[in-house]
Design a protein around this ligand. Structure first.
Ligand code: SF4
Length: 260
């Protein structure tokens, strides 16, 4: 075997091992309806020509391999930038599994996120009960300092109202009335993960700024010399923010990094 417990390989090296090469060749031959390699090579070369480039740029209703994901993915990323916060996505489980696997692969460590687990009945009758039970379970199981709520396509298409749902969930005792549950609507069919990140950041700031859902006084702006730094969606945030802190430190600036 190419790999064993004493010799663990990254996937790049692992898949070059003879047993994997054999397995991939078998898969191609038996299941992938392979094309003539000469034809594949011809198309590959054609894709480098000006003719292909013109056809490619002329497309208006199609994007191939867009480098963007849906809003709730950015929403989840924004939420985990706050200490002790768990992202809560009001929608179906499959979406949340995608965000979690994406972040777990990217950061090479497990990432936590909960879903209100909406299914067909919630899609027809609304997801209020899912919100009530979901918030109660999240609060009881994870004991987070804050739960940041966002939405998937399904919740947005049927028009679930997060403000009303969270208020009702608090009235039903899912979480205490003064507990922080900031939220943002993050319809996945508008914008991208960057939009979702911004929406949740705005939702969290508005929550604290506007009196924490009427459980605290509205804050007043008091200008001072301090810098607030909001980096935005950045997949390299771990290293980049370390460098930003170093630079701000060299400049002797007093700062708060929001979402670190
Ligand atoms: S696009 Fe919609 S269905 Fe797909 S993962 Fe995003 S929220 Fe879920």
């Amino acid at each position: 075997m190419t790999q064993n417990a004493d010799h663990v390989l990254d996937h790049l090296e692992l898949f070059r091992g003879p047993e994997y090469q054999q397995m991939l060749a078998n898969k191609k031959k038996m299941f992938e309806n392979p094309r003539d390699p000469a034809e594949v090579e011809r198309v590959r070369e054609w894709a480098k020509t000006p003719e292909y480039r013109e056809l490619n740029f002329a497309r208006e209703a199609l994007t191939v391999n867009p480098a963007k994901a849906c809003q709730p993915l950015g929403a989840v990323f924004a939420a985990v930038g706050f200490e002790g916060t768990i992202p809560f996505v009001h929608g179906s489980q499959g979406c949340v599994a995608y965000y979690r696997s994406h972040f777990s692969r990217h950061f090479k460590e497990p990432s936590s996120c909960v879903s209100s687990s909406m299914t067909e009945d919630a899609a027809v009758f609304g997801g209020l009960n899912n919100m009530i039970d979901g918030l109660a379970n999240t609060y009881a199981m994870y004991k987070p300092k804050m739960i940041a709520v966002s939405t998937t396509c399904m919740a947005e298409v049927i028009g679930d109202d997060l403000n009303a749902f969270i208020k009702t969930a608090k009235e039903k005792g899912s979480v205490p009335a003064e507990y922080d549950v900031p939220f943002a609507h993050t319809p996945a069919f508008v914008g991208s993960h960057v939009t979702g990140y911004d929406n949740v950041m705005k939702g969290i700031f508005e929550h604290f700024w506007d009196g924490k859902a009427r459980t605290a006084p509205v804050l007043e702006r008091v200008p001072n010399e301090k810098i607030n730094f909001i980096g935005g969606f950045d997949g390299y945030t771990v290293g980049n923010l370390r460098e930003v802190k170093r630079l701000l430190g060299i400049m002797g600036a007093d700062y708060t990094i929001l979402g670190d």
